[in-house]
Design a protein around this ligand. Structure first.
Ligand code: HEC
Ligand code: HEC
Length: 262
């Protein structure tokens, strides 16, 4: 009898406490999902729904808004480790497809001009770049037309083939004599720049991050300048733009020369 009355709507205390808890819950939700996301520094919130999505950790409709204020997403490739499955059939198909690339990238993926070398390049990186060049996330008047008609499987096969080719690098003894610039090994902590070697190989490798060793000096320099001024913006999360913007022209020259000689 007693219990029935306790949980009945006729019991004033039950009504008051349920209403109070409900009110607190609503207030907490409003603070957590609306007020906090709206008042985060440096965040552009596209609307109520976007704010709620961000608070819940789900990329809402306005994800691109957070990237340097630009509305263009940097890439539509979702980078996952080992997204390219290598096998002999793929290498064979890739070799045939690569015949149309030789005039710029060299007969065995080593170019004599200032075109990037593809031999021995990371397969995930080649695949991601081709996807970006095809979708327009990475612009290149020279290269984009050659990516346009490739199917997804073509891009995977080309990536497998080029990754399989050996890269001609100078003998290890010569590489050891090269003194790595500070920026490569230590970075610049005061400017929030992580060491290049922590992503590009040397001390660690990150997925779909290109190897720079032996790339043409002019190409490395051009890419760093393009990242710095934002004309290249297909790096997910702006990770390369943030580095390049912090570099002086002298540092760009120094690291480009260093990596080209490796
Ligand atoms: C007419 C010359 C030309 C042809 C043909 C060509 N490329 Fe390229 N490729 C370039 C240039 C130039 C760049 C550098 C673009 C830039 O400066 O951003 C490039 C960049 C690339 C990149 C990005 C490399 C990196 O490290 O970021 C990949 C991958 C690539 N090409 C693959 C291919 C494949 C595969 C083919 C054949 C289907 C091909 N290319 C045909 C000129 C060419
Ligand atoms: C936090 C990781 C990270 C750090 C640190 C970093 N990079 Fe990168 N870098 C990347 C990624 C990821 C890409 C590929 C971006 C893309 O997807 O197009 C890239 C691309 C590049 C490219 C273009 C290569 C190509 O073939 O397309 C150059 C050049 C480069 N980085 C130079 C440097 C130098 C020099 C430093 C040190 C001063 C550095 N990076 C530090 C992650 C990093």
């Amino acid at each position: 009898m007693n219990e029935e009355r306790l949980f009945s709507t006729r019991n004033r205390w039950t009504v008051v406490s349920v209403a109070a808890i409900g009110g607190l819950l609503l207030l907490a939700l409003l603070i957590g999902f609306v007020w906090v996301p709206y008042n985060q520094n440096g965040r552009q919130i596209a609307g109520l729904w976007d704010a709620i999505c961000r608070a819940a950790g789900a990329p809402g409709g306005g994800t691109a808004a957070s990237e340097g204020g630009s509305r263009i997403a940097s890439s539509d490739v979702i980078v996952i480790p080992r997204m390219i499955a290598a096998d002999n059939v793929s290498v064979g198909r890739g070799a045939t497809l690569a015949l149309r690339c030789t005039m710029c990238h060299g007969a065995r993926g080593m170019s004599e001009a200032n075109t990037p070398n593809l031999a021995g390049q990371d397969a995930e990186s080649i695949y991601k770049q081709l996807r970006d060049l095809q979708s327009g996330h990475r612009g290149s008047e020279i290269m984009a037309p050659h990516a346009r008609n490739l199917s997804d499987q073509d891009m995977r096969d080309l990536a497998t083939y080029y990754a399989y080719l050996p890269r001609q690098t100078p003998p290890p003894t010569l590489v050891e004599q090269l003194k790595a610039p500070r920026l490569v090994q230590i970075g610049a902590p005061m400017r929030n720049v992580a060491p290049c070697a922590s992503c590009h190989g040397g001390s660690d490798r990150k997925t779909a991050t290109p190897l720079l060793d032996g790339e043409p000096e002019a190409y490395i320099r051009a890419q760093l300048i393009a990242f710095a001024n934002g004309s290249r913006h297909n790096d997910i999360g702006g990770q390369m733009r943030n580095v390049a913007r912090q570099m002086t022209p002298e540092e760009i020259d120094l690291v480009a020369r260093y990596y080209a000689q490796r």
